[in-house]
Unconditional design. Structure first.
Length: 393
């Protein structure tokens, strides 16, 4: 897996006097730039385009796909895509963007995304990235195991190709991917790549799908360095399109998104408590060890973690732990000084819980860029979860 991982201690910038010896920033608090990438060689891409062209011809001959060139009044206007991801978790967020399409064809490392930034890459073989990469975060492999992040159709259309049965836990540029290819009413086509093996929709080539309909589960099949979706779009004459409009996108005159997301979208993906530091990197394709815990014994060492997306230098995070009666047990805030941006980050702190805690549910509360999220936990006593009682002495 290709990742750049930097480790930094979270700095406490402000705290109540009672918390000075209670909350400990951990030197192992991690910031990760999740640079999940993929690789489709020109030869592979050419073969996919050729196969899709044959399929489209056959489907038109069978009356399963309209010939947009012969439609009265000409082809419909281009689609306006909804977001092609959905999730089954109750977390406030579940994905990040690692890379956009590269508009600068020069090689090597002459990078330019639609917004004139450099959130993209060139491949080792000398060509630019041709899609948008959206990855699951945090615990990407765990989410894949549990089918938590799903790929959905961004626009109604007809399935004109499917690839399935390929290994889906890759961390390198090897193998073939699992993918669904959909043609829209105007003749444009969207590719949904790197799906989980045997998770694809049961619908066949030639059948239609609605916007938001399930297509498969996010995986890491084919030439991929971690679980993510590669979303690639072509117009009716097979010219590459970047759905996101910006100053450096000369491919298309306007956005192809129904509601284009911001270039940076800072937010909270998860707030969690743990009984040990989460283990994020067990190895290629191996599920992470989150060590989640919501019930703690009195006096136990607990870990409080936050998982953010698009965190930028200088952005303040406010953190509080509330007692069951709603008063603050401890509060503090922090911000990272550098680097300028990370697409995915996580921070955690430790605290020894009281030996004689007040009964009830405690709250771990986080505010970041105007968004507030929290999780609850129990210290001693008992708590009902899903109808069953669990307790700690």
């Amino acid at each position: 897996m290709i990742r750049t991982i930097l480790v930094a201690a979270a700095m406490i910038l402000a705290s109540t006097p009672a918390s000075a010896d209670t909350i400990q920033p951990l030197g192992g608090a991690g910031i990760e730039h999740l640079d999940f990438r993929d690789h489709i060689s020109p030869d592979q891409r050419s073969r996919i385009l050729q196969r899709l062209s044959v399929n489209r011809k056959l489907l038109r001959e069978r009356g399963l796909l309209p010939d947009t060139a012969t439609l009265e009044g000409g082809p419909p206007v281009h689609p306006l895509f909804d977001w092609p991801l959905d999730h089954t978790t109750g977390d406030p967020g579940y994905f990040g963007i690692s890379n956009f399409l590269d508009h600068d064809a020069a090689f090597p490392d002459m990078l330019e995304d639609y917004n004139c930034g450099a959130r993209t890459y060139d491949t080792d073989s000398g060509y630019n990235h041709k899609g948008i990469d959206a990855y699951s975060w945090p615990f990407s492999w765990l989410k894949m195991d549990n089918d938590e992040v799903q790929i959905v159709a961004a626009e109604p259309g007809t399935i004109i190709g499917k690839d399935d049965g390929n290994f889906d836990r890759n961390c390198s540029f090897e193998g073939s991917w699992n993918a669904v290819y959909i043609q829209h009413a105007d003749g444009s086509v969207a590719w949904y790549g790197h799906l989980k093996k045997n998770s694809l929709t049961s619908k066949l080539v030639g059948q239609s799908v609605a916007a938001g309909e399930f297509l498969g589960v996010m995986g890491s099949s084919g030439q991929s360095t971690g679980p993510h979706l590669h979303f690639e779009v072509y117009d009716p004459v097979n010219q590459l399109v970047d759905p996101s409009q910006g100053a450096c996108n000369s491919m298309n005159a306007d956005t192809w998104w129904n509601s284009q997301r911001p270039y940076y979208e800072p937010g909270i993906n998860m707030v969690a408590t743990h009984d040990a530091p989460p283990v994020m990197n067990n190895g290629c394709g191996i599920t992470e060890t989150p060590n989640f815990q919501q019930i703690f014994a009195p006096g136990q060492l607990a870990y409080f973690a936050i998982y953010l997306r698009d965190q930028q230098a200088g952005q303040q995070v406010d953190l509080k732990i509330y007692l069951p009666d709603g008063t603050v047990w401890v509060e503090w805030d922090f911000s990272m000084d550098s680097p300028a941006h990370y697409s995915g980050s996580w921070w955690h702190w430790s605290a020894t819980l009281p030996a004689d805690p007040p009964p009830g549910l405690w709250r771990w509360n986080v505010t970041f860029q105007g968004q507030e999220a929290e999780s609850t936990f129990q210290v001693g006593g008992s708590i009902f979860q899903d109808g069953f009682e669990a307790s700690n002495p």
